[in-house]
Each structure stands twice: as C-alpha cells, then as structure tokens.
Ligand binder design. Structure first.
Ligand code: PAN
Ligand code: ZN
Length: 196
C-alpha cells in the first residue's frame, strides 16, 4: 500500500505561452536543428545547400514535463515547428510510431497552421489539418508527423498515454510515403513514388 501511495503524483499546473509555445517549468527542452534532421527531407541537396549558405536552423522544438512512463498517467508537451522550407518541402518533425503501437494521441492546435501526416505500417494513411482551436485524434498504430504549412510557428499541445514510448527507428528506415510541398501557392501532399 505504501508503494501505491508513493506512485500517486501531486496535482500541478504549468503555463504554456500561446505565442512562443514555451512551457514554464518544463523538465525537458528538445531542440532539433537542421544539421541533425536534414535526412528527413526529400531534397538532400537543398538541405545541404541551405546549411552551407545560411548555416544551421532550428527546425522544431518540444517542451515537456517528466511524467512517469506508466499506464494511467498522461504525457504532455508543447510542440513548436518553425516556419521554413527545404526546397519546396515544409519544415516538419521527424515523426514516430509509439513503442506501444496501440497508444493514441491528441493534438490541440494553439498557433499557426499545419498538417498532421499519419501512416500505418500496412501503408494505410490519413492527413488532417491543424489550426488554433482544432483537435486532431491520432489513433494507435499510426506513425505521425507534423508539418508547418504556414508563415508563423506551428504550435500545438500533445497529450498521450504515459507508457506510449517513441519509436523513431521504424519510420526512419523508409520514411513516410508522402511529403507536403508548396505547389501553385498552396500546400500539396505528394506521394514520394510519384516524384522523379
Ligand atoms: C509529439 C512529438 C513532437 C515532436 O509530442 O513528439 O511533435 O515530434 P517527434 O517526436 O516526431 O520528433 C508526439 O507525437 N508525442 O508522442
Ligand atoms: Zn506521438
């Protein structure tokens, strides 16, 4: 019984700034720079060129609280993807499956606009737009990646089960089958296999 009581967290609250996306009292601040995530973009030459000409850029960042990784708890974080493009492809997150594949996730839009790409291991896929006030439900079994299709930071709150875990390796092997590019003045989803 002693142990069970110790496992119960004390209630708390944090402040998430809706303009910067900064979460006060976050335990972790993850920053993903272009030099570290260049491989996720389709046009490797454009990524190299950008690094050489403009130096490194912060592509996205995450603020999170440290919550025990066990079922029953909820992990939450603010995710901020900065505006920018590599060639015609918008800045985006690496994307991942959850280690426990059946674990779902909620994204609540706070600032800017973007697209959530979701793909299952069997190729099934879905795309949803996310903007302030809208909610995207990412069911279990779908890898998910967020793409900033706007001109300002794309910020959302993510909430997911405590024991989900992140599996980046599985999606790194082949990547997502679809990319989001600027075409004729607006975002368009293109199947990689249709690219030259
Ligand atoms: C999100 C993501 C966040 C960063 O909180 O972790 O947007 O993207 P990557 O984890 O793909 O780098 C989430 O889906 N958590 O489960
Ligand atoms: Zn996730």
């Amino acid at each position: 019984m002693e142990l069970e009581t110790e496992m119960i967290l004390h209630p708390f609250s944090v402040h998430l700034d809706p303009v910067s996306g900064i979460m006060d009292d976050a335990d972790n601040h993850i920053e993903r720079y272009l030099s570290k995530v260049a491989d996720i973009f389709y046009d490797k030459n454009a990524a190299d060129g950008m690094l050489k000409e403009n130096g490194d850029r912060l592509v996205y960042e995450v603020y999170e609280k440290k919550i025990p990784q066990r079922s029953g708890e909820l992990q939450f974080c603010s995710s901020i993807t900065h505006p920018g493009k590599i060639g015609d492809e918008y800045f985006m997150t690496k994307g991942h499956f959850h280690v426990r594949r059946d674990r779902a996730e909620i994204y609540f839009g706070i600032r800017g606009s973007g697209m959530i790409l979701m793909e299952k291991e069997n190729g099934e896929h879905a795309e949803e737009t996310l903007s302030p006030g809208s909610v995207v439900y990412v069911p279990g079994y779908f890898a998910h990646r967020s793409v900033n299709t706007g001109a300002e930071p794309f910020i959302f709150l993510a909430v997911y089960p405590g024991d989900s875990g992140h599996d980046y390796g599985a999606i790194e092997v082949n990547g997502f089958n679809r990319i989001v590019v600027l075409k004729n003045g607006r975002p368009e989803i293109i199947e990689k296999k249709n690219l030259g």
